[in-house]
Design a protein around this ligand. Structure first.
Ligand SMILES: Nc1ncnc2c1ncn2[C@@H]1O[C@H](COP(=O)(O)OP(=O)(O)OP(=O)(O)O)[C@@H](O)[C@H]1O
Length: 266
């Protein structure tokens, strides 16, 4: 099968006052359609840089990113991003925030009524039907994040890019939203790339966990395949040997083999 998303020999170097800073070097990754990939690594290793490259928000210095054999060179609705700090427009209602994206992407292909149904359908998917008329300032952080996910899904992206989507949420809301995303992915078969700092989140949600080495010149250190059947249930997995083993492997990578030394971490 041809590669769906292919990150080939990618390197990124930033110009800084002190000369070029090589953030990423020799990053290679092939992602299959429908895969759920997590990227984990210490702060500053280049996770967001990698995600921004796939989003087309940043250009590679070397190498290329191909989606269905087409080189990624700019942002596009086929690669929708959900950021940690929900980027909803505060003066628009929940409905209008999603509608804006739907009009942009489906303005020419769907009728007015179809677009309205599509906005409502995606808000229902994330469990937000009850708050369509509210403004972002009137809903919780978890609800805002749901709207951000609905907005991204409504664009029917080939790849959904999640940059620490649950990072700012309390533990309970986080768990609820993780379950929601798993449920949606099971239903729609989205291809997802998610940045996380949370080992349990990575193991629970992913088909594969991409573990990054520390910068400068960070790269993929190891890729761990999570052989757990779906649907996955956080309660029954807690003492599942495969789960525990995967969790330990990620911890070992991050805190033993690629631990940040105290000077770096300071
Ligand atoms: N525009 C830029 N100019 C210069 N250096 C940059 C730029 N963007 C990122 N960097 C540097 O590149 C490295 C990778 O940054 P990036 O934000 O991708 O890391 P990260 O792994 O996502 O970090 P975190 O987990 O803290 O969000 C860091 O050292 C950062 O300081």
């Amino acid at each position: 099968m041809a590669n769906y998303l292919s990150i080939e020999q990618v390197g990124v170097s930033f110009d800084t006052d002190r000369g070029p800073y090589v953030a990423l070097r020799d990053v290679n990754l092939k992602v299959e359609k429908g895969e759920y990939i997590s990227i984990i690594g210490h702060s500053g290793c280049g996770k967001s840089t990698l995600l921004n490259l796939v989003a087309g928000l940043l250009e590679t210095t070397t190498g290329a990113i191909l989606l269905e054999d087409k080189e990624v060179s700019e942002p596009g609705p086929e690669r929708a991003v959900v950021f940690q700090n929900h980027s909803l427009l505060p003066w628009l209602s929940v409905y209008d925030n999603v509608k804006l994206a739907v009009d942009k992407v489906h303005g020419k292909t769907k009728s007015r009524a179809e677009r309205r149904d599509w906005v409502l359908h995606n808000l229902a998917l994330v469990g937000m039907s009850h708050a369509v008329d509210r403004k972002p300032g009137e809903i919780s952080g978890g609800m805002k994040q749901r709207v951000g996910i609905a907005r991204a899904l409504a664009m029917e992206p080939k790849v959904l890019l999640l940059d620490e989507p649950f990072g700012a949420l309390d533990a309970l809301t986080r768990a609820q939203l993780q379950d929601k995303v798993m449920e949606i992915q099971a239903r729609l078969g989205n291809t997802v790339i998610m940045i996380t700092h949370d080992v349990d989140e990575a193991v629970l949600l992913s088909d594969r966990i991409v573990m990054m080495t520390n910068g400068p010149a960070a790269t993929i250190g190891e890729i761990l395949t999570i052989e757990l059947p779906r649907p996955r249930n956080r309660l029954t997995l807690a003492d599942n040997p495969t789960y525990v083993k995967a969790r330990t492997a990620v911890m070992e990578f991050l805190y033993a083999r690629h631990a940040l030394n105290k000077v770096e971490a300071a």
